[in-house]
Design a binder for this molecule. Sequence first.
Ligand SMILES: Cc1ncc(COP(=O)(O)O)c(C=O)c1O
Length: 409
Amino acid sequence: MQTALETPGLLSLAAGFTDNATLPVPAVGEAFAALAAEANGAEFLQYGTNAGRPGLRAALAARVLAQDAHGAVPEPAAVAARAAQTFVTNGSQQALYLAVQTLCEPGDIVLVDRPSYFVFLELLGGLGVEARSLPVDAEGRLDAAALATSLRRMRDSGERSRLKAVYFVSWFSNPSGRTLDAVEKRTLAEALRAEDCVVPVMEDAAYRELGFDPAAAFVQPGVLGDPAWDGFPRLYTSTLTKPFATGLKVGYGMCDSDSWRAAMLHVKGHHDFGTGNFAQALLERALASGAYEAQLAVLRRTYREKRDALDAALRTGGLADLGWRWRTPEGGLYLWLEGPAALDTGGESEFCRSCLDERVLYVPGALCHGDHPPRNTVRLSYGVLAPAALAEAGARFCRAARRVAPGIA
Ligand SMILES: Cc1ncc(COP(=O)(O)O)c(C=O)c1O
């Protein structure tokens, strides 16, 4: 990977970064000027609190409650109650880490979606926790019958006591671009409940607001607003990085279990005793002024254009004729591709070398699985490159695929 990154002219479809050209520099400047002009002056340059700025937590609570209620404005009491369950973190990555660290011991098991966010899988591995992928059908939908069978097998083998949580990325997933619909999410809750596995649930909503149609965030509630999950200890994580400015590195968790939340805050106190107050203050301001919403509109338009550019390049490059399949996502930053069954896309594979020869980089899909990783999948990100570069990267990817396709010279 390092050698590849040092290759001149390499086009990376691997990194899940945002596009520098879209970052909201003027909006951040205006938010800063407004803060600097405030009467209480330097407060935003002082340490904040461990759980985060009250105003930001209330704004986030109101936002998520409205999304869970198809846009209806929440009652002040509901906002206050949700704000009390909310804590601001150094990116949602920190919330995920705190969640696992406070729930699991080495040797424990966490059920994860299939495919799943590979940095979360690495986090589990780093803490000695085993990731086990939820079973899915050929369309990638949860297979409830297979899940029931595997939960019973866990009970019979004595593994059930090591099962500590379930994790999934609900909207425009990294890596698959898929959104779990309300029925699928409810089916998962019912299958776990039926097998007496009411374990903590972690819902990762990092891309909820990055649907190309803004209404996508409202079509189904998150786990905290979904009665199907009542009784499960629930943690909902999301972020202000990808939808606004990745460099501000502000995310959040909302947790309805008092003891779990207290444990996470206790550890957060040891990590940093509070996420950067300045970054939080800027975001609080951007949410209140409408700058955050305006930035989302920019991102939705530009990411849709970029998705189109990469998708079109793969189609005109003839990738489907080579036996590749993919769904065109309606949000987020990723295309998830399935190559011909016999193809190996791993880091040491002929296909990977062929891509490096063509100077294009991707993420091997095998990294995104808890167990039984398929060898023939790939994650491509259209986050960073401009449309013209995406078109070129897509063409290179197709040339690399053609070079290793059986029977094609
Ligand atoms: C699915 C998912 N969850 C969480 C994160 C963490 O993001 P952040 O720490 O910037 O909030 C990412 C980042 O790529 C992600 O893709």
